[in-house]
Design a protein around this ligand. Structure first.
Ligand SMILES: Cc1cc2nc3c(=O)[nH]c(=O)nc-3n(C[C@H](O)[C@H](O)[C@H](O)COP(=O)(O)OP(=O)(O)OC[C@H]3O[C@@H](n4cnc5c(N)ncnc54)[C@H](O)[C@@H]3O)c2cc1C
Length: 397
């Protein structure tokens, strides 16, 4: 193999929202002479999770660190207009602030209430509403069988995921980050260090630090350095429908059945988390949407929860891939104990878009300071994975 012709201080594998966020925070924090390179296998970004996301942000998690990360995400999004402007031109992020509404039956109520306590302790603005209050606030909602719900009062909502990614990339480039079209085929490991990355065309690039931000391909990247990362691809389908029911004040509603829906322009988006026994690891090329899903699975649930959705009409649909951490549905963040200069940010399990600002900042802190400086995210480190000690997130959508 030929020796590396180039060397970068930090090489980031994957240039979607997490890789770009890390690149931006690094470019801001490192000395101007530092060299940061992002390698992206598919610069069209048409298949990555970022582009196919539902692009929503919530503070309603069961894990305190997840609440904190999303609260920082909101702060970042609120300032993105100025923070990501280049040459006076702001990014097009389209952040709409509207609360999530988690609905619960009587058996689900204690979990909702205990998550609520966690969220309130972190400073999240959330309210528990009983069924009567739900009916009063949302007259279009059928509250039969519900004990109540948890409503986000501020800071939650949705955005243009592609717009956020573009904004991060553009700002990072303006600060000197290099972004190249290349697929990383292998990480070259020498003992406790990654000495170089090998590209699919055979070229090698020497590196100081490497960040694995390769989404569902992260396990393959890790394996090339002899590390088993418990992250698998799982297919998730999203459906766009129109309805004469406008559901005023509707945010992102999560039904006890797993159904979710939220407004998108004049219509709505919806989907459902499949039951575990129908959720096998999926092929990276599988973007097929089961043709009868909307009619047979979603529409009956939609019409049951919002009678006005009886007249819903499917407009379009798409599939994307969650990078699921099969241990506990939480990100695996930071270095593996056996390799010092390889940082992971993988296994977001459906909440990586909203966590990307906090994770980008966290990765920067690990590279620049060797430790977390703002949010302590060490609970998401490798130790729990190695010990098989899950830090399970209960609010997985
Ligand atoms: C249907 C759906 C709905 C979602 N809804 C939400 C939501 O509402 N809110 C939320 O916060 N999150 C949501 N998510 C999750 C969120 O989209 C992801 O967690 C997040 O986008 C992950 O970003 P990423 O940059 O890590 O990965 P990705 O966006 O998957 O990007 C990984 C990148 O790495 C590149 N790559 C892979 N291998 C290599 C290699 N060997 N060399 C070079 N490049 C490589 C890929 O081409 C890709 O561009 C959703 C996901 C899906 C699929």
């Amino acid at each position: 193999m030929s020796p590396p012709r180039e060397r970068f201080d930090v090489v980031i594998v994957g240039g979607a929202v997490v890789g770009s966020s890390a690149a931006l925070f690094l470019a801001e924090a490192l000395p101007p002479a530092a060299r940061v390179l992002v390698l992206e296998a598919d610069p069209s970004y048409t298949r990555c999770a970022t582009t196919r996301s539902l692009a929503s942000i919530r503070h309603q998690f069961s894990t305190p660190e997840n609440v904190r990360m999303s609260m920082f995400g909101t702060q970042f999004l609120r300032q993105a207009h100025e923070r990501l402007a280049v040459g006076g031109e702001p990014p097009l992020i389209g952040f709409v602030e509207r609360g999530y509404l988690f609905l619960a039956t009587a058996p689900g109520w204690p979990v909702l209430a205990s998550n609520h306590a966690v969220q309130r302790a972190e400073g999240a603005e959330v309210a528990l509403l009983d069924a009567a209050e739900l009916s009063r606030r949302f007259p279009w909602l059928n509250t039969d069988g519900l004990a109540g719900g948890s409503l986000g009062l501020a800071g939650e909502g949705w955005l243009d995921a592609h717009g956020l990614m573009n904004g991060l990339q553009r700002k990072a480039r303006s600060l000197g980050v290099q972004m190249r079209h290349a697929r990383v085929a292998q990480l070259v490991r020498q003992g406790r260090r990654i000495s170089a990355v090998v590209l699919a065309d055979g070229n090698r690039i020497a590196c100081g630090q490497v960040i694995n931000a390769a989404g569902i391909a992260a396990a393959a990247v890790a394996r090339s350095a002899g590390i088993e990362l418990p992250v698998q691809a799982r297919k998730r389908c999203v459906f766009h429908f129109s309805s004469p029911e406008r559901a005023p004040g509707c945010g992102l509603v999560i039904d006890p059945t797993g159904l979710y829906f939220r407004p998108e322009g004049p219509g709505f988006l919806c989907g459902i988390a499949p039951p575990e026994n129908e959720d096998p690891p999926c092929d990276a090329a599988d973007f097929d949407v089961p043709p009868d899903w909307f009619e047979t699975r979603l529409w009956p649930l939609l019409a049951a929860r919002v009678p006005g959705f009886e007249a819903a009409r499917l407009l379009s649909s798409w599939a994307g891939h969650y990078d699921v951490n099969v241990l506990d549905h939480n990100v695996i963040l930071g270095a593996h104990p056996e390799v010092d200069n390889l940082l992971f940010a993988n296994g977001f399990s459906g909440h990586g878009l909203q966590q990307s600002p906090a994770v980008g900042r966290a990765l920067m802190e690990l590279v620049v300071h060797g430790a977390y400086r703002s949010l302590d995210l060490s609970a998401f480190g490798w130790q729990r994975v190695i010990e098989g000690r899950p830090l399970r997130e209960l609010n997985v959508v």
